[in-house]
Design a protein around this ligand. Structure first.
Ligand SMILES: Nc1ncnc2c1ncn2[C@@H]1O[C@H](COP(=O)(O)OP(=O)(O)O)[C@@H](O)[C@H]1O
Ligand SMILES: [Mg+2]
Length: 446
């Protein structure tokens, strides 16, 4: 008594599952005449017996030389793992298009149902099933049965063509492991408000008007009727341009803070995945998550993504920009792009943004003001004057480094507080670092 094909096992298992189907109402399966009442205890006993029978037959099959026996000799799956495989095959057949279907019914996790852990299962080890995280629904994973498994079960040849399809599946399962999805973006509490930003009045006014656009949405879109005229592209989309260290990232924090929202920062290296469809889905996903979390969406160093399409050769880069444009039209929240190399932006992308703000290097007075902000009062010697230091050419970011270096020098000397000499020494250190970098900064704006 052995199974010769997986279909036979599936049939027996289906039969077994019927024992639990009408729990509490009696069992009216094909085994009994309609109307005949069988109590729960009897049903459970039957179920147990039947399960035992199927399992025994399964174990015998493992040792047999039949078609299914050969499969199990190559992939000695535990019975529950085999049940998972069968359920997945059935589900895969029913499922037509799992991709970007928001109406997809929430299936229960087949692995959980059979109490099998994917990570430690033979199904994974033998490459029979791949776990794929759907970027649109990070919580919802999809399990794909490999062609290797499907063909072997049907005793068909595993050709190179199928092997390649499986390799793509494997790639996809690696690329979208949950860890990687987590690292696609991060959500943080904003760490600064507008009072921390040292900038010309006009710049701050621009930021304030962007903020009002957002906080007075009700008035603008309903009372003033803009909602009727403008159907899409209602979001507040800001473009921060300027050299490194001029406060662009800081300003993004300020915006989020003033709106009392979280900041969702996109991590680029992940978005740069060369896997075409995933890249678009990733973009789609960050917009979606920003929306559900009501967070300010922040693309730092955005030139990496909003590349000028005329210079693009690869189609996936094109579709990436197109996807970004589409998402921007639909997005109704605040989305900020920051870049050091604005001239590389795609023109259509640039037109789509509602406001461009240029960040420049600070002037002398602003440098002193920034230095004052980044040097905590408690750390400063009470006689310390910040006037008359040679801060020429330093950006806000440089000044932050000056402050930190000065703290390091003072601490090394066991000095009670930071003195002017520490700061002068720190400025030298930061300058020497900058000159060393100079070659790599050919892309400097401004
Ligand atoms: N305009 C500024 N006002 C106040 N602090 C600044 C300013 N620009 C830079 N800084 C300081 O330098 C740090 C780095 O600046 P950042 O915002 O990351 O620059 P960017 O994003 O333009 O490269 C900030 O955290 C802040 O401490
Ligand atoms: Mg920055």
């Amino acid at each position: 008594m052995i199974y010769s094909s997986y279909m036979q096992v599936a049939k027996d298992i289906n039969y077994m599952e019927q024992f639990g189907a009408d729990e509490g109402r009696g069992f009216y399966g094909s085994y009994y005449e309609p109307g005949e009442y069988v109590d729960r205890r009897t049903i459970n006993k039957l179920k147990k017996e039947w399960t035992k029978h199927v399992k025994e037959k399964y174990e015998l099959t493992k040792k047999s030389k039949g078609p299914l026996g050969r499969f199990l000799a190559a992939y000695p799956l535990r019975f529950k793992e085999f049940c998972v495989l069968l359920d997945l095959i059935e589900e895969n057949n029913e499922r037509s298009d799992f991709e970007i279907d928001n109406g997809m019914k929430e299936g229960k996790d087949i692995f959980k149902k059979h109490r099998v852990r994917y990570e430690s299962s033979q199904l994974r080890r033998f490459g029979l099933v791949y776990k794929i995280v759907n970027p649109l629904r990070p919580m919802k994973t999809v399990y794909e049965v490999s062609y290797k498994a499907q063909l072997a079960l049907k005793n068909r040849k595993y050709t190179d063509e199928y092997r390649q399809l499986d390799m793509a599946l494997e790639e996809e399962s690696k690329r979208n492991s949950p860890d990687e999805l987590d690292s696609l973006y991060y959500v943080s509490e904003p760490e600064a408000d507008l009072s921390d930003l040292v900038a010309p009045r006009e710049l701050k006014e621009k930021l304030r008007s962007a903020l009002s656009r957002e906080t007075k949405k009700e008035q603008i879109f309903r009372k003033w009727g803009f909602g009727k005229v403008i159907k899409y592209g209602r979001g507040t989309t800001l473009n921060f341009r300027g050299p490194p260290g001029t406060g662009k990232t800081l300003a993004a924090h300020c915006i989020a803070k003033e709106l009392n929202r979280k900041l969702l920062t996109v991590r680029y290296d992940q978005l740069q995945s060369s896997f075409i469809s995933m890249t678009e889905k990733h973009i789609h996903m960050v917009f979606k998550i920003a929306k559900t979390k009501n967070a300010v969406l922040f693309f730092d160093e955005a030139d990496a993504i909003a590349l000028n399409r005329s210079g693009l050769q690869r189609s996936w880069e094109m579709s990436q920009v197109n996807t970004l444009l589409k998402e921007l039209e639909r997005f109704e929240g605040v989305c900020i792009f920051a870049t050091n190399l604005a001239e590389k932006y795609d023109p259509a992308f640039e037109r789509r943004l509602t406001m461009h703000i240029d960040f420049n290097l600070p002037d002398t007075a602003q440098r002193v003001e920034i230095l004052r902000k980044v040097l905590p009062k408690k750390a400063r010697d009470k006689d310390l004057s910040l006037e008359g230091l040679n801060l020429e050419g330093l950006s806000g970011g440089d000044l932050k480094n000056v402050a930190l270096n000065a703290a390091g020098i003072a601490a090394k000397e066991d000095s009670e507080k930071i003195r002017r000499s520490h700061i002068e020494e720190a400025i030298r250190i930061v300058r020497s670092g900058r000159y060393a970098e100079k070659d790599g900064e050919a892309t400097y704006l401004g």
